[in-house]
Design a protein around this ligand. Structure first.
Ligand code: SF4
Ligand code: FES
Length: 247
């Protein structure tokens, strides 16, 4: 395949960025999107140009690093996949593809396609954990009965990889799908009850502090989420917040 790529280039956080056009050839339909980017970067390095900076780590849909906005969609045109799992067979020979970083005030661009998602880390630090006694008297996990339904729902919420596609997709740059998933994975389990009140209040307060917008129930986040995180998690987070305010 031969492709035209229009890519956002930005030297650093304070520089003014712009779209720059490149041509790539000999792209196989079996390549992943990031492998295609590797081919471009090899081409740029060979011609003495600066390669395009982009985030990646696992390249198998786990780490949530590969945040690219491809042809106007977070993680590109396929459903239920991250950019690293997107295959070039989703495109046609001769296509023009636009590639931008995830855009949100709380995700400032650091360079080219790399954004700073430390705001998510700070939300997690505000309450996305449980405190466990590891002194040797830890309760056996099997001693706590959990219904299959609750276990399944908690596991579904826990599949959120913190990629930020929900934020990049939302017209309000809301992080409520992400925070809803992180609150839900504990709210559904007995282990999460002890710190439940502080957790939801602190995580929501941090989310607001970071400058994320509010949810207006558009639902675009759910559609673009590579892990299929359900909007039900936002409703559950709102219920948890209401319960916490009544305590
Ligand atoms: S909710 Fe989905 S889109 Fe948002 S951070 Fe988690 S995995 Fe990514
Ligand atoms: S590189 Fe880890 S999810 Fe894409």
């Amino acid at each position: 395949m031969q492709l035209t790529l229009k890519i956002w280039r930005q030297k650093d956080a304070s520089a003014k960025g712009q779209m720059v056009e490149y041509k790539v050839t000999e792209i196989s339909e079996h390549m992943s999107f990031l492998e295609m980017m590797d081919v471009l970067n090899e081409q740029l390095v060979n011609s003495g140009d600066e390669p395009v900076a982009f985030d990646h780590d696992c390249r198998e849909g786990i780490c949530g690093m590969c945040s690219m906005y491809i042809n106007g969609e977070a993680h590109g045109p396929d459903r239920g996949v991250t950019t690293c799992q997107l295959h070039m067979r989703m495109f046609k020979d001769g296509d023009t593809i636009t590639i931008e970083p995830f855009r949100a005030a709380a995700f400032p661009v650091i360079k080219d396609l790399v954004v700073d998602r430390m705001s998510f880390e700070r939300i997690q630090q505000a309450g996305g954990y449980i405190s466990v006694n590891t002194s040797g008297n830890t309760q056996d996990a099997n001693a706590l009965p959990i219904s299959k339904h609750a276990a399944d729902e908690a596991m579904d919420a826990a599949t959120c990889i913190g990629c930020g596609a929900c934020v990049a997709t939302c017209k309000n740059s809301s992080a409520m799908l992400f925070v809803g998933a992180k609150v839900s994975q504990y709210a559904l389990l007995p282990q999460g009850q002890v710190e439940a009140t502080d957790r939801v209040q602190n995580m929501v307060a941090q989310m607001d502090l970071e400058g994320f917008g509010n949810c207006t129930n558009t639902g675009a986040c759910e559609i673009e989420c590579p892990k299929g995180i359900s909007l039900e998690n936002i409703a559950r987070m709102n219920r948890e917040l209401m319960k916490a305010s009544l305590k």
